[in-house]
Design a protein around this ligand. Structure first.
Ligand code: UD1
Length: 418
């Protein structure tokens, strides 16, 4: 087990360059199953979730090599085996195997997926969509068996713009003859990236980034070398940490349009934001104001994946902020830990009323999920004194060597074994 020891109070200054987004890489890795040739994904950090997805593909007969920052994936010899139960339970993105395995082999079997415990995270929208496309689904207590012998193109209307369900529908339709139309699709930038990826392999997807996506099935997809979009949530996290501590940080390699809701909220807090073509600079005095209402929602609304980090920032912003979480019902688990550090947060269901305190104090806290862990680091970087943050394994799911990046910006943070 490991922990972070953080001496708070340093301002953050400098530049960082982003790597590819976890939430783009994971569906793309699974999508490689649709292609019988080698695919190279560039600029990918070997974070834990990516390594777990690699293990899933390997156990099914594919090969995955990490070469520098590239991931080389070859699914020529993959077989339609049941996805390993232990791995499926450890990573929610194993759900993507349904779309890609059905697309390629017309059958798939997985255990119920796991991931961070941030809500119920059912898979009913995925299942309903697959059924609309003619897939027979047998939901057993331990696993889901999908048979796609009657898989056909058609219209799928999602009951909610689920990111994962939209990606699964695109993947299952990519090699399915005819035209599939996905309505009420999620509009996240990572979905636009999946469209770019499939089209670069010879597929035919249109409309990603809007609520209606059209997929025309092609016979096969071919080899490609592809650079996924950069990690907007990592960018938002480092900018928020700088806002909390005060300083001047430039994040390079990001699309400012994809981070609009976050940079707008940072401006309301009093930060100065300069957006250039592929970079965002944030200047913060560290003395910030509250945000009257911060409501999470599907893109382009404020991302639920930035809510915990922003709550940690608002904990020391002057005035009262209201945070409303509309995406995941259990995404305030970190609040108790922030309260241990002196934060004043009143929780009521999906709402948190945050009254800014002058300072947070150092404490021993423990992360229980990925973004909640990032929130605790944000708070510890700002707090007076030396904090200990346990639960590094959650943080490592989405941030590659976070301590090295923060050290390069002037933070005092070390990872130690315990
Ligand atoms: C993806 C992201 C995650 C992000 C989330 C919302 C990846 C790998 N993960 O997760 O980081 O927080 O989008 O932006 O891209 N739901 C159902 N039934 C379903 C599917 C979803 O009820 O079949 C609910 C979920 O419980 C949740 C909401 O819909 O409350 C959003 O989920 P979804 O958009 O599917 O998120 P994920 O794809 O799991």
């Amino acid at each position: 087990m490991e922990k972070f020891i953080i001496m708070g109070g340093n301002r953050l200054n400098g530049e960082i360059t982003l790597q590819a987004a976890k939430n783009a890489i994971l569906p793309l890795m699974s999508c490689c199953i649709l292609c019988a040739q080698e695919v190279t994904l560039r600029n990918c950090p070997p974070i834990t979730d990516v390594k777990k997805m690699a293990e899933i593909i390997e156990r099914m007969g594919g090969s995955v090599q990490f070469v520098g920052d590239d991931i080389k994936i070859c699914c020529a010899d993959i077989e339609p085996l049941a996805v390993d139960e232990e791995l499926t339970k450890s990573i929610r993105s194993s759900i993507f195997m349904l779309g890609s395995m059905l697309g390629r082999f017309k059958r798939a079997e997985i255990s119920y997926p796991g991931g961070c415990e941030i809500g119920k995270r059912p898979i009913d929208i995925h299942i309903a969509g697959l059924k609309e496309l003619g897939v027979d689904i047998n939901e057993m207590p331990e696993c889901i068996e999908c048979v796609g012998e009657k898989l056909h193109s058609g219209k799928v209307k999602l009951s909610f713009p689920s990111v994962g369900a939209t990606e699964n529908m695109i993947m299952v339709a990519a090699l399915t003859k005819g035209k599939t139309v996905i309505e009420n699709a999620a509009r996240e930038p990572e979905i636009v990236d999946l469209e770019r990826f499939i089209n670069a392999m010879g597929g035919c997807v249109e409309g990603a980034g809007t609520s209606v996506i059209t997929v025309k099935g092609v016979e096969k997809l071919h080899s490609v070398t592809f650079t996924p979009i950069s990690d907007r949530i990592a960018a938002g996290t480092y900018l928020t940490m700088c806002a909390a501590c005060g300083g001047d940080v430039t994040v390079r390699g990001c699309c400012s349009e994809d981070l609009k809701s976050v940079t707008e909220a940072l401006k309301i807090c009093g930060c100065r934001i300069e957006e250039n073509d592929r970079s965002i600079r944030l200047v913060s005095s560290g003395n910030l104001s509250s945000v009257p209402l911060l409501r999470t929602g599907p893109f382009p609304a404020f991302p639920t994946d930035m809510q915990p980090q922003f709550c940690a920032l608002l904990a020391t912003a002057g005035g009262t902020s209201l945070i409303e979480e509309t995406v995941f019902e259990n995404r305030f688990k970190y609040v108790g830990q922030l309260e241990n550090m002196g934060a004043d947060i009143a929780l009521q269901g999906r709402r948190a009323l945050v009254t800014g305190v002058r300072e947070l104090h150092a404490s021993i806290v423990s992360a229980e999920d990925l973004r909640g862990g990032a929130a605790l680091i944000t708070a510890a970087l700002r707090a007076d004194g030396v904090s200990t943050v346990y639960g590094t394994k959650y943080i490592d799911r989405g941030y590659y060597r976070i301590e090295e990046i923060l050290t390069s910006l002037g933070a005092d943070i070390v990872r130690v074994s315990c």
